[in-house]
Write a protein that binds this ligand. Structure first.
Ligand SMILES: Cc1cc2nc3c(=O)[nH]c(=O)nc-3n(C[C@H](O)[C@H](O)[C@H](O)COP(=O)(O)O)c2cc1C
Length: 337
C-alpha cells in the first residue's frame, strides 16, 4: 500500500493488522467522551476508536454500538470496566454485535471474562500494570496489552509511561502486541516507543478536544488553557480506603472528591458497608462528576479528567488532522535517525 508515512506504517504494521485499521493509533476509551461520534470519527480516520462503556447498562451499550455502526463501517472496540456488576451481560452484548475487540479496564479481569469474550469470537485487550502481571495476562489469554503510565488522564497507576515502556517493551515487545498510553502529545514520542518494540500507541487527552468530540465547549476550553502541571492526581485521604488515583485538572471538584472520600470512609466505619461497596460508591462519584463536566459543562464542580499532555492541546482540530499531524511528526523523527 502506498503511504505518506512508510517508516511509521512499517513499525505499526502488526498493531494495525491486529485491530484491522490503517494506523495503530488508538483513542483510549473516555467515559462520556468516547461515544458514537468520536469513536466513529477515529475509526473513519484510520485509527481505532473504542466505546467507553463506563457505568452504562447493557441496553445503553447495545444502543451505542448500533449507533456507532451506523456511522462507520470500520472496526472499533468496546472498553468494559472489570468491576461493573453486569460485566458478563455487557460481554454478551459485545458478542451479539460481533465487536472485534474488547478492552478490559480497571483491574485484573474476573474469572471467566477473558474466556467469555474469546468464546464469542472477539480479541481481548488488557491493561498491564507490571511486567509480572503482563506475563500472567498473556498466559491467561490476553491477545494484546496496553501499558499506561501515570501521566495519563483518568484512573492511573503509580509508575510513569517511560519506565513501564523500558521495563516491558524490550522483554515482551518482539513476541507480543503492546500499546503504549499516557503522556503522548506528539509523534516524535510515538516513533520512540515504536522503535522500542511497541505495536502502536493510545491517546486520550489529545482526542478529547477533537472537533468530533461531544465534550462541552467549556470542557474543551479548560483543556486549551491548562498546562501540564494543572493535571494533578487525586490524593487518598483515608489509609483504609484504597482509592485508585485519578488525574484531572485542578478545580473545586478536586476538593469535593476529598469530602466524598471522607463520607465513604465514615460509611465504612459507622454503617458497616463492605469495602467493595465503598469502592463502587467512589467510582459512581467519578462517573457523575465526569458527566457534569463533559456533558453539562460544569467545569468548576465536575471532574476534568486530563493527562499531563493537556499542555500540548491548544486548539480544537478534526480527528483526521490530529492523526495526520502525529504520523507526520513520527515520520519526520524516524527520517532524521
Ligand atoms: C476524560 C477521560 C476519561 C477517561 N475514561 C476512561 C475510561 O472510562 N476507561 C478507561 O479505560 N480509560 C479511561 N481514560 C484513559 C484513556 O483511555 C487513555 O488511556 C488515556 O487518556 C491516555 O493517556 P493521555 O491522556 O495521556 O493521552 C480516560 C481519560 C480521560 C482523559
Amino acid at each position: 500500500m502506498m503511504t505518506k508515512y512508510p517508516k511509521t506504517t512499517h513499525l505499526m504494521q502488526r498493531g494495525a493488522e491486529f485491530f484491522g485499521c490503517e494506523h495503530a493509533i488508538l483513542c483510549g476509551a473516555m467515559s462520556w467522551v468516547s461515544e458514537r461520534h468520536l469513536v466513529s470519527a477515529i475509526s473513519n480516520a484510520g485509527g481505532f476508536g473504542v466505546i467507553a462503556c463506563g457505568a452504562m447498562s447493557p441496553e445503553l451499550l447495545d444502543g451505542e454500538i448500533a449507533g456507532t455502526r451506523a456511522l462507520t463501517d470500520k472496526p472499533f472496540g468496546v472498553n468494559l470496566i472489570t468491576m461493573h456488576p453486569q460485566l458478563f451481560e455487557l460481554i454478551e452484548v459485545c458478542v451479539r454485535h460481533r465487536v472485534g475487540h474488547v478492552v478490559l479496564a480497571g483491574g485484573i479481569p474476573p474469572k471467566g471474562s477473558v474466556e467469555a469474550i474469546k468464546a464469542g469470537g472477539a480479541k481481548v485487550v488488557c491493561f498491564a500494570p507490571t511486567l509480572a502481571l503482563a506475563k500472567k495476562l498473556l498466559r491467561s489469554g490476553a491477545d494484546a496489552l496496553v501499558i499506561e503510565g501515570m501521566e495519563a488522564g483518568g484512573h492511573i497507576g503509580p509508575v510513569s509511561t517511560s519506565v513501564l515502556a523500558q521495563e516491558m517493551l524490550p522483554v515482551l515487545g518482539e513476541d507480543h502486541l503492546l500499546f503504549v498510553a499516557g503522556g503522548i502529545g506528539r509523534g516524535e514520542l510515538i516513533a520512540g516507543y515504536l522503535e522500542m518494540g511497541a505495536s502502536g500507541v493510545q491517546l486520550g487527552t489529545r482526542f478529547a478536544c477533537a472537533s468530533e468530540s461531544i465534550a462541552h465547549p467549556k470542557f474543551k476550553q479548560a483543556f486549551f488553557r491548562a498546562s501540564a502541571r494543572d493535571a494533578v492526581a487525586s490524593v487518598q485521604v483515608d489509609p483504609r480506603l484504597p482509592v485508585i488515583p485519578v488525574r484531572a485538572l485542578k478545580n473545586k471538584g478536586t476538593e469535593l472528591f476529598t469530602a466524598k472520600q471522607r463520607e465513604v470512609a465514615q460509611a465504612l466505619d459507622e454503617d458497616g458497608i463492605a469495602m467493595e461497596e465503598a469502592q463502587l460508591q467512589i467510582e459512581h462519584y467519578w462517573a457523575g462528576a465526569l458527566r457534569r463536566a463533559v456533558i453539562d459543562g460544569d467545569v468548576e464542580h465536575g471532574s476534568l479528567m486530563a493527562g499531563q499532555s493537556v499542555g500540548m492541546v491548544t486548539k480544537e482540530e478534526p480527528v483526521p488532522e490530529i492523526i495526520a499531524t502525529l504520523l507526520a511528526e513520527s515520520e519526520a523523527a524516524l527520517e532524521r535517525r
